[in-house]
Design a protein around this ligand. Structure first.
Ligand SMILES: [Zn+2]
Length: 56
């Protein structure tokens, strides 16, 4: 799987809920407030959460 925004890049993480790939640059949760049963193991969510904590 490749990044949804960069088809030439290999996916760094994959959203298991929506089955979307993201490169390291694009790695953000597309649905951070919605219920996601994969959240506890989702890299996209973890990185999204961390980057928000750092910028806020
Ligand atoms: Zn990308």
């Amino acid at each position: 799987m490749n990044c949804i925004n960069h088809p030439d890049r290999k996916a760094f993480s994959i959203c298991q809920k929506y089955n979307l790939g993201y490169c390291q640059e694009c790695c953000t949760c597309t649905d951070p407030k919605g219920y996601c049963k994969y959240r506890t193991q989702c890299i996209a969510w973890q990185i999204c959460k961390k980057s928000k904590e750092h910028s806020a």
